[in-house]
Design a protein around this ligand. Structure first.
Ligand code: F6P
Length: 406
């Protein structure tokens, strides 16, 4: 193999450049040229979007700094559909014109599904990444209790989602954290710790919202910053229970820090923060955002009793505040663990291509006291599932991670 291509797709993470650098370093050792494809799959479709040579004379270009966040290649959320023959042909003929003999896609579940469209025409390997840590290959476990959906027809009163049932059948499931996750947890946990001191000083309630789509891994990771309560999408939010617990916390420490995942749901499975209607005397009000919705419940249920009556100079609306940490979770430098993992996966992706693997996923697992590289055949997953889904938390993982403030 003389020349390979590499692209980054989907939402960025702080560790993308580390994966690119790991791949280029391994390619340098093997004397393989690496072409960087700009702006993911969408860049490939636009002839005006250029490509870059990442290792002329088998030396990495100076712009490629593994410690720098984001991606020097740019990313987009456009994917190629497996049914769109014309687009697939355009992508493949661009790669052929570039003389690329294999392709490394750095991405998550969306990228892996997009890769299915081109892997028949060209060897492709996924180097995984996502801050959400929800790649559908993670966490070998029994079906997640969180994936139960009410079903009156079933004698048990519930069934598992299709994706979860399929995942359970799958013996290839592996256990590893995707690059980007550790850094985003680090940032989120630090935010929780920082917000605590100000909440404590002013005797306030802080509601912090973290990313993660429908997976609570980032929220759960903020346990390192010791919030008083964590709400995750996999466990339906019971407003009454939240209020009771917050009152207990206030009783013992006069302030509270709550971390909520952006994807939290109500008992009916509706997104709690997308559009939540809470009735007030003037009619219906719509709140957007998970943290904002939780804040409003607290303002209505305990704001008056706890703040307004006791502290005449501060409204409940100010004393209960919410913050979205937002894209700071995806930005900036990767922490060392992410950088290590990401660059290892980049190097492994090159090795998998050189071994002649088609449609593989590079993984790095911690097993038996050491790191184990293991490629996973994505075609088997595709043939069995059709589509590779993002994965929610598993019940046992959640239970292990649960903690109570002392
Ligand atoms: O998938 C990564 C992620 O950061 C999610 O946690 C979040 O829901 C989403 O991307 C935000 O995407 P964007 O930055 O495109 O709005």
């Amino acid at each position: 193999m003389k020349r390979i291509g590499i692209l980054t797709a989907g939402g960025d993470t702080p560790a993308l450049n580390a994966t690119i650098a790991g791949a280029v370093e391994r390619a340098n050792q093997l004397r393989i040229e690496v072409i960087g494809l700009i702006k993911g799959y969408s860049g490939l479709l636009n002839p005006e979007v250029p490509h870059v040579h990442l290792n002329p004379l088998f030396q990495s270009i100076p712009e490629l700094d593994a410690a720098r966040g984001g991606t020097i290649l740019g990313a987009s959320r456009d994917y190629v559909s497996a049914d769109d023959r014309e687009t697939i042909e355009r992508v493949v003929s661009r790669l052929n014109r570039l003389g690329v003999e294999g392709l490394i896609c750095i991405g998550g579940d969306g990228t892996l599904n997009g890769m299915q469209a081109i892997c028949e025409s060209l060897p492709t390997v996924l180097a995984p990444k996502t801050i959400d840590n929800d790649l559908g290959l993670n966490y070998a476990d029994e079906p997640s209790e969180f994936s139960r959906v009410p079903d009156e027809q079933s004698p048990k009163g519930y069934r598992y989602t299709k994706a979860e049932e399929r995942r359970f059948e799958l013996e290839e499931m592996v256990n590893f954290a995707t690059p980007g996750y550790a850094t985003s947890v680090f940032v989120a946990a630090q935010n929780v710790q920082r917000i605590r001191t100000t909440a404590e000083s002013h005797r306030r309630i802080a509601v912090i919202e973290v990313m993660g789509r429908d997976c609570g891994m980032i929220a759960l990771g903020t346990a390192f910053g010791q919030p008083d309560m964590i709400l995750v999408p996999e466990v339906p939010v019971d407003p009454e229970a939240v209020v009771t617990r917050v009152l207990e916390i206030l009783d013992c420490q006069k302030h509270a820090v709550i971390c909520v995942s952006e994807g939290i749901k109500d008992a009916q499975g509706h997104n709690f923060g997308a559009v939540r209607t809470v009735k007030d005397p003037a009619g219906n009000i719509q709140y957007s955002g998970a943290a904002e919705a939780v804040k409003q419940i607290l303002v209505e249920q305990i704001g008056d009793a706890f703040f307004t009556r006791k502290r005449r100079n501060e409204s409940a609306d100010a004393a209960i505040f919410c913050r979205k940490i937002g894209h700071t979770q995806r930005g900036g430098r990767p922490i060392r663990f992410d950088r290590f993992q990401a660059s290892q996966l980049g190097g492994e992706a090159v090795d998998l291509l050189v071994e002649g693997r088609h449609n593989y996923v590079a993984t790095l697992q911690y097993r038996d006291g050491g790191f184990v590289h293991e490629g996973i055949d994505a075609s088997r997953l595709r043939d069995r599932w059709g589509v590779i889904h993002a994965r929610p938390l598993s019940r046992s993982f959640y239970d292990e991670a649960r903690f109570r403030p002392s």
